[in-house]
Design a binder for this molecule. Structure first.
Ligand code: XMP
Length: 475
């Protein structure tokens, strides 16, 4: 075979180990794991994948609260995706500028469906001119069995509320909450029209420095879009409800159509950071970046639920792809997407040059991932499927009313199961500890030092065997 037809041997996570280095680190807690995703600085370089069994609002909220980032999947109607983004943006915000309001005639049944939709329990009661009439919160209706009861008969009326009529500082708000022992503080103008709402819980949460936030203090969230059909309308609506980052999430990011979509999106929404992918070559990264992407997502075929390499014969081993890209374009920020099975793989992906990693499988099976816990053969599991599976494709066509000109072959697991893992915060805490230790072994206080100092060795099969547990019984 002519030599130039083979680009060489590319390795991946299991083929290498990082060499331990002299380390200046006294305590692993001092290691800075923060990274930049476009203009945003996040404290944990981990992003949850836009898969319909991984990221909806619960996951995105947990990711942001743990210092990472969640990307809401696009395998649903625009309306549903928008709602999921809104749930995240409304979750924590020290001043809620546009609080959801209800009328005095709203029934308890309607309030309960709002609770289901938005995930919070307190609503301001207003008249048709947005004049504040009262406030209804959980304790006003928790034990009420009559679902037809009207809000006006349950709410705390305006006269009994503590309200303010100007926007105040965080410190001033804390003092008012302490003085009056209240949990909610509406803001109204001189005509009593609603200007905003402050909640004690948001103020408490706001003091935490780990959380990923936008400039208004709201949780950071991204959302995925495609390159066909309704993608521009989808992007427009997502931007309208405050999405922070758009992610072009397609199987082949080096399609000319993807490059065109990047250009169009960047010209329509220049203020919104754009992540685009997936590609696995320096040329792919260069072209997406030149078209306007702020960050490029790398990974063709490494995903745990992915059959692209088997079905099509195409892909590049993930670690080799990152190293190849970084050698040619060290300044273009990339996200390593897919193939990480443990925190060690994440350290390797970062050490090779990624700004962050995107995880599917490692976060699936948690409480915050969509879907119910099932018991199969006595074990608790949750569903995890590939987004290029026929199942996901058909679901997308149905939900988005898209017409298919051509039905592609399935490139993903149709109905996978993963072990139930409990809370994603615990999973992320363990990953974070693994990263801190990994950075410490490499002598790196932060990501920049890791990129500079990291060196890999290729290992043999015996080396791989030696790396796992050996000669002990696991119980
Ligand atoms: P992990 O290994 O973390 O990977 O589960 C998550 C990433 O896998 C990709 N993905 C797919 N790739 N066919 C593919 O070729 C699929 O059906 C599929 N579903 C997900 C995706 O990039 C995700 O972030």
């Amino acid at each position: 075979m002519p030599k130039k037809k083979i680009r060489g041997k590319f390795l991946t996570f299991g083929d290498v180990l990082l060499i331990p280095k002299r380390s200046p680190i006294d305590s692993r807690k001092d290691i800075d794991l923060s990274t930049n995703i476009g203009p945003f600085r996040i404290n944990l370089p981990i992003i949850s994948s836009p898969m319909d069994t991984v990221t909806e609002s619960s996951m995105a909220i947990a990711m942001a609260k743990n210092g990472g980032l969640g990307i809401i999947h696009r395998f649903c109607s625009i309306e549903d995706q928008k709602n999921e983004v809104e749930k995240v943006k409304r979750k924590e915000n020290w001043i809620i500028e546009n609080p959801i309001t209800v009328s005095p005639e709203t029934t308890l049944a309607e309030i309960l469906s709002l609770v289901e939709k938005y995930g919070f329990w307190t609503y301001l009661v207003v008249d048709e001119n947005r004049k504040l009439l009262g406030l209804i919160s959980k304790r006003d209706y928790l034990f009420c069995d009559d679902k037809n009861k009207k809000v006006k008969d349950l709410m705390v009326p305006f006269e009994k509320l503590i309200v303010i009529n100007k926007k105040i500082s965080l410190e001033e708000a804390k003092k008012i909450f302490e003085k009056y022992k209240i949990e909610k503080l509406p803001i109204v103008d001189k005509e009593r029209k609603v200007l905003g709402l402050i909640t004690s819980k948001d103020i408490e949460n706001f003091s935490d420095k780990k959380t990923s936030r936008d400039s208004k203090g709201r949780l950071l969230v991204g959302a995925a879009i495609g390159i066909k059909g309704d993608f521009l309308e989808r992007a427009q609506e997502l931007v309208r409800v405050g999405v922070d980052i758009l992610v072009i999430d397609v199987a082949h990011g080096h399609l000319e159509k993807t490059l065109k979509a990047v250009k169009t999106l960047k010209s329509k929404f220049p203020q919104i950071p754009l992540i685009a992918g997936n590609v696995a070559t320096p040329e792919g990264v260069r072209d997406l970046f030149s078209a306007g992407a702020d960050v490029v997502k790398v990974g063709i075929g490494p995903g745990s639920s992915c059959s692209t390499r088997i079905v099509t014969g195409v892909g590049v081993p993930q670690l080799g792809a990152i190293l190849w890209i970084k050698e040619k374009y060290p300044k273009i920020p990339i996200i390593s997407d897919g193939g990480c099975k443990n925190s060690g793989d994440i350290v390797k992906a970062l050490a090779a040059g990624a700004h962050a990693v995107m995880l599917g499988n490692m976060l699936a099976g948690t409480d915050e991932a969509p879907g119910k816990v099932m018991v199969v053969n006595g074990k608790r599991v949750k569903v995890f499927r590939g987004m290029s599976s026929s199942f996901a494709y058909e679901k997308k066509l149905k939900e988005t009313n898209e017409k298919a000109e051509y039905i592609p072959v399935s490139e993903g697991a149709e109905f996978g199961l993963v072990p139930y893992k409990g809370s994603v915060s615990e999973v992320l805490e363990n990953i974070e500890k693994g990263l801190r230790s990994g950075f410490s072994y490499c002598g790196a206080r932060n990501l920049k030092e890791l990129w500079k100092k990291a060196e890999f060795v290729e290992i043999s099969l015996s080396g791989l065997k030696e790396s796992g547990f050996d000669n002990i019984f696991l119980v």
